[in-house]
Design a protein around this ligand. Structure first.
Ligand code: NPG
Length: 370
């Protein structure tokens, strides 16, 4: 496969409500799409990096630089031998930068599958036509405000609620949601690395609330700490930031540092690595679910295909487009009975809408292919 054209499209899309986590508040979605044209098809993919290196060490400007100066030349050097399956080995000399690698591999895979008239879901091994939807609820200023948002999401049909927590906003919001909505709703929390092992006794107070899991309580490089924490609390620990590869997943499972895994394809360098993590977890009896990074329709479409694999047994952060955007870059994904349909068209199964692309694009750069 030969790349004929490669470009980066920076987007800024307003969010319907600000989204607050333990590392900051977002008012807009900033990302870029990679558009990759071959002789046979055009592929699209969305970068998972954010503007600032707060969730991960990667950030949008850095990812673009890495693609332009490090990744694209290595892929072009493959000539006709370029396939999505060859990307990992070709890019292996470049350390880290998984979000940059993810977006180019995914754009290639999309182009390849469109040319082969095969959907992402079929290629990855999806076994379902729709996936259950959870929703991630940011940190709020008050408990009544939180309860109002949770009520609204439950009314819309979301099947699982995830509360963002941080020191000072943890036990009370969880207690309030349980008291208001009962023990039957599927409830979990996400700390985004905001605690240390010294907080173990405090976090054990969450054990009373029958949570599905606590996500990434400790820093990303503290695998041992998570294993120790799990001995001190009964709520299952689920790793997100700590798992950047299938090898990390195998290590975490072997150490008892994770009982559930959040898989985000961009965090782990692409859908092929994401599928390896799925398989390793499945072989070890560890359930997985699909995380989200407030993706616009391009990233969401591919995530839905992944979330349809058999070991994705917990509802993911695969919410409807309206959770974040009044207007998306693609036709919106809508909740039906608490589920989203897995796209069935070739590749990711959806295209950016030209008008929306024009409206939300703030800059476009062509990548030099000579
Ligand atoms: O529904 O797409 C979504 C967002 C879910 O909470 C969510 N994502 O830590 O998992 C996370 C968090 C996040 C958002 C992380 C943006 C990084 C960037």
């Amino acid at each position: 496969m030969k790349i004929r054209d490669l470009s980066v499209h920076h987007l800024r899309i307003p969010l319907v409500t600000p989204f607050r986590t333990s590392f900051g508040t977002s008012h807009t979605k900033e990302t870029f799409l990679v558009r990759l044209e071959t002789d046979d098809a055009v592929g699209w993919a969305e970068c998972g990096a954010e503007e600032d290196p707060l969730y991960s060490s990667e950030y949008l400007e850095g990812a673009e630089w890495v693609i332009r100066t490090q990744l694209a030349p290595r892929l072009l050097a493959l000539g006709d031998a370029l396939t999505a399956g060859a990307v990992r080995d070709a890019l292996e000399p470049v350390k880290g930068h998984r979000m940059a690698k993810h977006v180019v591999e995914t754009a290639l895979l999309d182009a390849e599958l469109r040319a082969a008239d095969m959907s992402f879901g079929r290629y990855l091994g999806a076994t379902r036509t729709r996936v259950p939807s959870g929703v991630s609820v940011g940190i709020m200023d008050s408990i009544p405000e939180l309860l109002g948002h949770v009520r609204d999401y439950l009314d819309q049909g979301y099947l699982r609620i995830k509360l963002k927590i941080e020191p000072g906003w943890d036990i009370e919001p969880v207690r309030a949601v349980r008291e208001e909505f009962g023990d039957d709703i599927l409830l979990q929390v996400d700390a985004n690395t905001a605690y240390t092992l010294r907080d173990a006794r405090h976090l054990a107070r969450l054990d009373d609330f029958d949570l599905l899991l606590i996500e990434q309580p400790l820093p990303e490089d503290d695998m041992r700490g998570h294993a120790e924490l799990q001995k001190l609390i009964t709520t299952p620990v689920c790793l997100d930031e700590s798992i950047e590869s299938a090898r990390d997943a195998a290590t975490a499972i072997a150490m008892g540092a994770t009982q559930v895994i959040n898989i985000k394809p961009s965090r782990v360098g692409g859908y092929l690595e994401a599928r390896r993590i799925h398989d390793i977890a499945e072989a070890n009896g560890i359930p997985v679910w699909c995380g989200g990074m407030l993706e616009c329709g391009v990233g969401r479409a591919a995530n839905l295909a992944l979330a349809a694999l058999p070991n994705f047994v917990l509802p993911g952060d695969t919410s409807a487009s309206s959770r974040y955007f009044a207007e998306d870059i693609t036709a919106p994904f809508e909740l039906e009975d608490g589920h989203l349909a897995v796209p069935t068209g070739p590749g990711i199964g959806i295209d950016p809408l030209p008008d929306a692309l024009a409206e939300f694009t703030v800059a476009t750069t062509a990548i030099d292919l000579r």
